[in-house]
Design a protein around this ligand. Structure first.
Ligand code: TYD
Length: 210
């Protein structure tokens, strides 16, 4: 029997992962998988309330408060959504996971990596995504793509240098975990990016989708 797989999508704001998330989900469903689509911060009732606080641009918070709320939401998410789904044999596709904490709180807010690693170990033990798709775009392009229809959230209000640090932290993680994190050049057209996703899934998780 096939075991469920855990796929996460990452990238700076405006990298285009939301569009690809929908396509990826449909692709996996067409391949016969039961897919649970979720997101971080969020994915549970409590997690979505924490998300509202974390994204509220009228609030200020200490960088470590931000870290702790992200991991609190993640604890709920693992307990109520991710682990039960994987145990059932479903595939889980999450819009962001712990790599985002290393990129945004570690890189962007410059919280010590060792502290994040301690929380990671505490909250998820040895659990890691089976595959992480990192959608890479230059910061300037990401910033122009961020929706102009809704007002900027607490992260989207950050400046170029913040996103530069976030992107650098993501790129460092791609180098550190080459087997798990696959970089997709997201400056290309939607169709070319989709072909790259399909190729990556087939090359890494192929035994599970045949
Ligand atoms: P995002 O996933 O970009 O959603 P939307 O497309 O609705 O804006 O928003 C979530 C924000 O949360 C994003 O700016 C990154 C941030 N974030 C962190 O800073 N750390 C984390 O650990 C996670 C999961 C997200």
């Amino acid at each position: 029997m096939n075991k469920g797989k855990f796929i996460t999508l990452e990238g700076i704001d405006g990298a285009g992962k939301s569009t690809q998330l929908i396509w990826l989900t449909e692709f996996l469903q067409r391949s016969g998988q039961n897919v649970v689509v979720t997101r971080e911060p969020g994915g549970t009732l409590l997690g979505e309330k924490l998300r509202d606080l974390l994204l509220d641009s009228s609030l200020t918070m200490h960088a470590e408060t931000e870290v702790l709320l992200m991991f609190a939401a993640r604890r709920e998410h693992l307990d109520k959504v991710i682990l039960p789904a994987l145990a059932r044999g479903d595939w889980v596709v999450s819009d962001r996971f712990t790599d985002a904490s290393f990129a945004y709180q570690g890189g962007g807010r410059q919280v010590e990596t060792a502290r994040l690693e301690t929380l990671e170990q505490w909250i998820q033990g040895t659990l890691q995504p089976d595959l992480t798709l990192y959608f890479d775009v230059p910061v300037a392009l990401g910033m122009t793509r961020v929706s102009r229809l809704k007002s900027a959230d607490r992260f989207e209000k950050e400046q170029t240098d913040f996103f530069q640090r976030v992107r650098e932290a993501y790129l460092k993680r791609v180098k550190k975990f080459p087997d798990r994190i696959h970089l997709i050049d997201s400056t290309q057209s939607v169709e070319v990016v989709q072909a790259a996703i399909k190729h990556t899934i087939e090359a890494t998780l192929v035994a599970n989708i045949q």
